[in-house]
Design a protein around this ligand. Structure first.
Ligand code: MN
Length: 333
């Protein structure tokens, strides 16, 4: 049964924002993923077809293997910014776009995002935000359809690529996903090829990526009666095996299949001062709330934060944060 979700309509303010300018920067969050890149490039392509100049910009880094091939399509921020409007996709604040954020201060901004956190800027700017949407690319599809534009084959594939990367190739969709499959069918009718997208998302990996996976898995510790699994990657491993050989999705999917696990944390020492932390949950645990406590954000079942400290220090803080969630459970290991 497809319980009809309240679909957020495309705001008129956003349509007017696009109609009212002829030069656009399309930016997304730093450390972009497939949904971010797919949204940016498809939107730029559509704007160009509407005879508007559009420039995709990203602070990078392009670390995820499935998006590396898109990197050379991004351009630096132009020195001349007069008349430029900024479309921010897959995040809602300029502090999420990385080191290009300060250059955009003062420019007119509109937002297209499906994240549940970090909307403090949306009150004053055109914002198409729907946290029930499984990807930002589906919001971009709604926008372009409301402009009476049919996606080209390439745009359709970029949009479906973003949906596939954000939903674990449809695995994370729940029962109320009829509208998502309707939209997917429209993209497939426009020429998007799921087989091709699967190959893009699952490129062949080198041996180092599997050896790094082994190290990370072997370090996993169970807490709160096995409801929480925590693992980590040391600074030395990042250097030895190469950060480009990270395969976070595989770490999460292998640990998600552990009996009775409810949440997973992956802590990476990015430099001596800080760790990047990824949180995943299977169902009821809201890991966005945990990430927000550490200045991060994300979704109920997938979130992240950058936390100062060593792996040991960060682990202690995270275990304390999850203690509240698993309260009533036996604490400790
Ligand atoms: Mn997304």
């Amino acid at each position: 049964m497809d319980k009809k979700k309240e679909e957020v309509p495309v705001p008129v303010a956003l349509i007017n924002f696009i109609a009212g300018a002829s030069r656009f920067l399309v930016v997304g969050h730093e450390d972009p993923d497939g949904d971010c890149v797919g949204s940016q490039l498809a939107l730029c392509s559509v704007l160009q077809r509407l005879s508007k100049e559009s420039i995709p910009c990203s602070a990078g880094p392009f670390r995820r293997p499935e998006i590396i091939s898109f990197q050379d399509r991004f351009r630096p921020i132009p020195s001349e910014l007069s008349g430029i409007h900024v479309l921010v996709v897959d995040c809602s604040t300029l502090d999420r776009v990385g080191n290009i954020g300060p250059m955009l201060k003062g420019l007119p901004v509109a937002i297209i995002d499906h994240h549940a956190t970090g909307h403090h800027e949306t009150g004053s700017v055109p914002a198409f935000v729907d946290s029930a949407s499984p990807s930002t690319t589906l919001l971009v599809l709604s926008l372009i359809e409301s402009l009476n534009v049919q996606p080209t084959l390439e745009e359709a594939e970029l949009l479906l690529f973003g949906l596939c990367t954000d939903t674990g190739f449809f695995r994370h969709l729940d029962a109320n996903s009829g509208a998502t499959f309707d939209a997917s069918a429209r993209l497939i009718r426009s020429g998007a090829n799921l087989k091709h997208i699967y190959q893009m998302i699952n490129p062949s990996r080198n041996l180092n990526s599997r050896l790094l996976l082994g190290r990370i898995l072997s370090r996993t510790q169970a807490y709160y009666g096995g409801k929480l699994l925590v693992t980590s990657e040391t600074l030395e491993e990042g250097i030895q095996f190469g950060v480009e050989n990270r395969d976070s999705d595989k770490v999460y999917s292998l640990l998600q299949s552990v009996h009775e696990v409810e949440a997973i944390v992956l802590i990476r020492q990015e430099n001596p001062e800080k760790c990047s932390v990824g949180f995943r949950s299977l169902d009821i645990v809201n890991v966005a709330e945990v990430a927000v406590r550490f200045g991060g954000g994300g979704h109920k079942n997938a979130s992240g934060a950058s936390i100062p400290g060593t792996i040991e220090q960060v682990t202690a803080q995270i275990l304390a944060a999850f203690k509240d969630i698993f309260i009533g459970s036996e604490s400790g290991q």
